[in-house]
Write a protein that binds this ligand. Sequence first.
Ligand code: NIG
Ligand code: FE
Length: 434
Amino acid sequence: MISSAKPNPRIHRAVLLLNINQLLTLRSAADGPRRGASLSELGIMQDAAVLCLGGKIVSVGSTKDALRDPWLKKNRKKIIEIDCAGRVVLPGFVDSHTHPVFTQPRLVDFEKRISGANYEEIAEAGGGIRSSIDGVRNASKTALTRKVFAALADLARHGTTTVEAKSGYGLNPESELKSLEAIRAASREWPGTVVPTFLGAHAVPPEYRGRSQEYVELVCNEMMPAVAKRKLAQFVDVFCDRGAFSAGETTQIFAAAEEHGLAVRAHIGQLSETRLGPLLRYQPASLDHMDHVNDADLPALAQSDTVATFVPGANYFLGLARYPNARRFIESGVAVALATDYNPGSSPTLSMPMAMSLACTQMKMSPAEAIAAATINGAWALRLADRKGSVETGKDADLTVFDVSDYREIPYWFGANRCALTIMNGVPSGHLSS
Ligand code: NIG
Ligand code: FE
């Protein structure tokens, strides 16, 4: 039995997981993100055991061998032993797209949409992204840190151990920096791994209405240098779409990011089609949403290491009948990932299993494909695949234990949380009932 008290992330006791019915290792001999048929290869081991030491995975094998190991026999009392009793263990989910820095849910938008308004109509009437700005601008860094930390803790309860977290509701220099500082402060308190992203180009704020080019200059010439200097973000993101930023503005922002040594990613094709060629020149780690993509762009995407990240929680919550055509991407050889897109406007969910369930039922991805897209390919989308996304010796000890005996149950039991325990950088959190 593991205590649910908040562990000290600096203490790294050895952790041994035993009696795993299915261990999904996601290991692969090939380098690069999973594509095509390899997306279904989960590297399943039965009756497995995993030993973690110093925050890393040091051994993966059978329970029988682990119990016979002389070092383990000698040190058993010092080890945190977790009897998985026939459950499923897999790499912690890598949620490569979230917007956790906001203060309030958007309940009026929710009701308006139920009454028939769409995302763009709501934004034009003063709702949408712009309606979250005041809350963030008026909040203290401490209050925002608390919100982000609460989201991280909830993500971990659903099996996520690595999270990309974007700014993007401050939309002026002071509040964008404050948002990224809140992400940094919250991530220091959390045993998992957080990848911060600067999303100053999420929307044109009201004071720049009709002057989007001037706002882009503020993003590139004032906000980005400050973010880079203080190492507050690893990525720069842009909402490239109708009503947000144009493809030209996006490449301008990408070029500025390149100058500052920051990698790039973008929201693309959520509302309208943007051709991908000019963006792919900047080697984005990931292009996300991808509801409206020109078929002619798929070969170039498949040739690149850019991951197409689907966020079906947004389609679900916006009540859309149409989801991205995942099969077309997979059959073209594009590397695909899944993420929650946790945010107050289009996807208020922290559950990767929910995103996976939607991928299966609405996008016809198989449960195995959904799991690879939520783990190893999420890690590629964050350029962390050398450390995250699979259960292999030498990788970070990021694991999740699900209260199921077959991995297909993870997307099957939708709307229920079957995650029993997570291990983040070697630190267990949660507990198994007997
Ligand atoms: O990924 N598309 C832009 N950004 C978010 C929505 C943010 C919001 O509505 O607050 C998204 O869906
Ligand atoms: Fe988003």
